[in-house]
Write a protein that binds this ligand. Sequence first.
Ligand code: COA
Length: 370
Amino acid sequence: MSATQNAEDAGRSGLEGVVVADTVMSRVDGLAGHLVIRGYDVEVLAASARFEDVCALLWQGSTPGSEAGREAGREIGQARLRAHARLPGLGGALKLPNAMEALRAGIAQLSVEAEPELDPRYELVGACAVYAAAWARLRAGQQPVAPDPGRGHAEDYLRMVRGEEPGERAAALDAYLVTVADHGMNASTFTARVAASTDSDPVSIVTAALCSLKGPLHGGAPGPVLDMLDAVDTPDAAAEWVEAELAAGRRIMGIGHRVYRVRDPRAAVLERQVERLEIAGVALDRLSFARAVEKVAVDALQRRHPDRPLEANVEFYTAVLLDAVGLPRELFTPTFACARTAGWLAHAAEQKQNGRLIRPACRYTGPEPV
Ligand code: COA
C-alpha cells in the first residue's frame, strides 16, 4: 500500500486498529471484554486499591497498598491545599458556565516554570479535584470548601463538592477513579501523547487532553446518559424514546465503543458499586431501571446494526454511579478528568522516554496552484 493510500484510509478509519505506541500502562481486549491496568485486572484493582495507589502504580510501577501509594496520597493532599490557595487568583475561570471549560481554564493557569520545585503530577491531580469542586460550589452560590489533606483523594473531593461527610459514598467514588484512571490509546490519551511527543510540559499536556475528553463521543457522554434516564422515566417508556432518538439520527449515549465488541468490563465494576450503595440505603433504587433501559437500547441497536455489536460502555454506569454518590451531572466529565489525569501523565512520561515526535501525514486534496 502506498503512503498516500495509507493516509487516506487512516483518515476514514479514525486510526482504528493502528498501533501508535508500546505501553506498559494498560491493555484493552475488546473481543474478550478484558482490561488490565499495569499488571492488574480492573476488577481486582477496583476492589482492592485506592486512587492514590493507582497513581503510584501508573507513574512508578509501585505495588498497590505499598508505601508509594501512601506517599502519593500525602503529596496529592498537600497539592490540594496549594490548589485551594490558588483559587482567588484564577480570575473568571471558575465562573465559566460549563464545568469542563472552567476546569480547562483553571488548569491552563498552572505553570511548571513559575513553580519549578513542585512535582507537576501531584499539582495537576490535586488541582483537578479542587477546581472542579470549587466550580460546583460557586455555581450553587456557595463558598468553596477547603481541602483536608489527611483524607483520601476521593473522599476529600466528594466532601469539597457536597460540603458534608461522604460516608459510604467515598469508597464507591474511589472505585470509580481507579476504574477509569487509564484505558489504552483512547482519544484524550492519544492527545496527551502527541503533546508529550513535542516535549511539551505536563500542564500543557493535561490541558490538551482535557480538550479531547470534553467531547460527547469520549468523556462527555455520562451527563447526557442521566438526561436520557430522566427523560425515559419509566421502563415502559424506554422503547418508544430510544426509537424516536434513533429515527431522529441521534446516538444513544453510553452505548457503543470503538474497541469493545462486548459489554465494557468497567460497566460491571461500576454497577457493583451502585448495588452496594443501594443495599446500604445510601442511594435511591435506580440500578434496575438503568439495566432495563440498557437492554432496550442494546436490543434496538442490535436490530439496526446486526453485524456491529453495540453494548453498554463505561459511561452508562458512570452516570448511574456518579449520580448515586451525589455529584451533580455537570461534574461527571470533570470527575472523569480527575481520574484520567493519572493515566495521561503516565503515558506522557512513557512517550517522552521511549517515543519520537508524532507527526503523521495527510493527503492534499485542495486545488493546485494556478
Ligand atoms: N447510538 C446509535 N448508533 C450508534 C451508536 C450509538 N450509541 N454507536 C454507534 N452507532 C452506529 C453508528 O451510527 C454507525 O452506524 P452507520 O454505520 O450506519 O453510520 C455504526 O454504529 C458504527 O459506529 P461508528 O461511529 O463507526 O463507531 P465508532 O467506533 O467510531 O464509535 C463511539 C464509537 C463510542 C463513538 C460510538 O459508539 C458512540 O457515539 N457512542 C455514543 C457516545 C458514547 O457513549 N461515548 C462514550 C464512549 S466510552
